[in-house]
Design a protein around this ligand. Structure first.
Ligand code: HSE
Length: 400
């Protein structure tokens, strides 16, 4: 089986490296010899081993009947979409790490793959190196999925960990995450929560079998998390994590991306650095967690190569994935219950105590002139009404 890789960037070069280094093992597991025949990129890479197989024209790949699997790791949507669609229509399987492409066009590309008896696989699009797509599709099939909550963005988790442990500044840790190859080309996708939004949209689409548009998901990033919030989190013995979450409650599905203060008992409390984890709650299985490196060249590339093996193993059969293009209307968040961590000026203490059911007060050393507390569970709607009646300095949802 000959494979073509579209894009020789961070992930593409990782896929090439793994395919070359582990070629024997990969071929053994795939059941036949698997070899990279082409790598497509606009650039040249003088002196790089990729030179032997580098091409600049997609047509050369799509017109070559020997190529059975195309790996799309270029990023971006439009060009990637047209290449992937053409590859599938030509009867090639496609493996991609491109969450934007999957979130937007997943249902359609899966349908084409099904018609062609080929496969469209995207294990690396969520959770980097963590197997989560295949388990959701093929293992957790007995249950109704009640909740999927994850630390889904490696960059922001790395940043929050460094800000907590090293008192580091936001911009410095972001630059560090970029240098390590974790961040998106435009890192606002990470820090504003959009990357996590695409990932929770994909997971929710798979869990529900319908299309969830990421544009419909309430999304809040980490840009408003201040050093003072981090000091309070430390004082309260909790961690701040950016969650992507979707929950099915009374037949309605809620989804959101937002920072949460997470207590020690929560399964996602200790997920630090570039690690991601996804907690899935099934109606019979209970809780199950998937944990591993959520970003970076080799973990992500490893997940892509696992798809290549799967595609070769199923070269003439479509592995069914239930995700149709019918849109799932998400529930309004007003009725969703959360606890909240709230900071108000000291002068508003009494009013805050009347407006909110205070579950626990928090004092942090060196922070004066404020009153900070966790609320008991309340709906988003009730929280907004109460918050409008006082002066809230900041609020962060909480699972404590
Ligand atoms: N920028 C993404 C992250 C890359 O930090 O999680 C992996 O999807």
């Amino acid at each position: 089986m000959k494979v073509a890789i579209l894009g020789y960037g961070t992930v593409g070069s990782g896929v090439f490296e793994i395919m070359r280094s582990n070629q024997d093992g990969i071929s053994r597991r795939a059941g036949e010899e698997v070899e990279v025949k082409y790598v497509l990129d606009l650039r040249d890479f003088p002196g790089d081993p990729v030179e032997d197989v580098l091409v600049h024209d997609f047509k050369q790949i799509v017109d070559d009947p020997e190529v059975g699997v195309v790996v799309e790791v270029m990023g971006g949507v439009e060009k990637a979409y047209s290449f992937v669609k053409e590859a599938l229509l030509t009867g090639k399987s496609v493996c991609t790490s491109n969450k934007e492409l999957v979130a937007k066009h997943g249902a359609e590309l899966l349908e084409i793959a099904k018609q062609k008896k080929k496969n469209f696989l995207f294990e690396a699009s969520v959770g980097g190196g963590i197997p989560i797509i295949r388990p959701l599709n093929q293992s957790l099939t007995a249950d109704e999925i009640r909740e999927v909550t994850g630390v889904l963005n490696g960059t922001t988790n790395y940043m929050l960990t460094k800000m907590r442990d090293e008192d580091a500044e936001f911009d410095d840790v972001l630059a560090d995450a970029q240098a390590k190859g974790y961040a998106e080309r435009n890192p606002s996708a990470d820090v504003e929560g959009f990357d996590a939004g695409r990932k929770i949209a994909i997971l929710t689409s798979l869990a529900c079998g319908m299309q969830v548009d990421y544009e419909d998901i309430y999304t809040e990033g980490i840009t408003k998390i201040s050093k003072t919030d981090i000091a309070y989190a430390k004082a309260a013995g909790v961690n701040i994590k950016l969650f992507g979450t979707s929950r099915r409650v009374d037949g309605r599905v809620y989804a959101m991306v937002a920072p949460y203060m997470v207590g020690k008992e929560h399964p996602l409390y200790a997920v630090d650095d570039v690690f991601n984890a996804i907690l899935v709650r099934g109606n019979f299985l209970g809780d199950i967690m998937f944990y591993g490196k959520g970003a970076g060249k080799l973990p992500t590339a490893s997940a892509v190569v696992s798809d290549v093996v799967d595609a070769v193993k199923h070269r003439e059969t479509n592995v069914m994935t239930i995700w149709n293009s019918r849109k799932l209307e998400l529930a309004e968040l007003d009725t969703l219950e959360n606890k909240f961590f709230v900071r108000v000026p000291e002068s508003e203490k009494q009013k805050a105590q009347q407006l909110f059911a205070v579950e626990r007060e928090v004092r942090a050393e060196g922070i004066e002139g404020e009153y900070a507390f966790f609320t008991r569970p309340m709906t988003e709607g009730d929280f907004a009404l109460a918050a409008a009646k006082t002066e809230v300095i900041s609020r962060i949802r909480a699972e404590i």
